[in-house]
Design a protein around this ligand. Structure first.
Ligand code: 5GP
Ligand code: ZN
Length: 117
């Protein structure tokens, strides 16, 4: 995908603060962090959204989750962290390249979703 921002980051055309890279996965810090530590884990291949995945992607999705723990610890998140995958319009997904947010820091994070009253 020529103009996808995360594909461009994966290819090194757009600079990022890299956390991790292997043949399948790229991880980098969010440009607009919402927590003391906030990075994203993305597949190198362009998949627009979790809504485009099915059991054919189970290895890749499992790898993203397995790396979440490994990379969170590598970033000092030893006492827990949050994983978020925003999906589609309802999930407020802004960048249409599948990504898992990892967020954490020294203090507990706020509520994930506003509670309905
Ligand atoms: P979404 O709302 O799609 O789940 O999250 C997209 C995330 O990508 C946002 O947190 C945003 O700050 C981050 N982001 C967007 N453009 C760039 C970029 O060019 N570089 C980096 N490092 N992060 C980006
Ligand atoms: Zn892409």
């Amino acid at each position: 995908m020529d103009n996808c921002i995360f594909c461009r980051i994966v290819r090194g055309e757009v600079p990022s603060r890299k956390v991790f890279e292997d043949e399948d996965i790229f991880a980098f810090h969010d440009i607009n962090p919402q927590a003391a530590v906030h990075f994203m884990i993305v597949p190198k291949t362009h998949i627009a959204s979790l809504a485009d995945c099915d059991m054919r992607q189970q290895m890749l999705l499992g790898k993203m989750l397995g790396l979440a723990t490994q990379l969170a610890k590598s970033q000092g998140l030893d006492d827990g962290f949050r994983t978020i995958i925003n999906t589609g319009r309802i999930g407020h997904q802004d960048v249409m390249h599948l990504h898992m947010h990892i967020a954490g820091g020294p203090q507990p994070l706020g509520a994930m979703l506003p509670r309905p009253r």
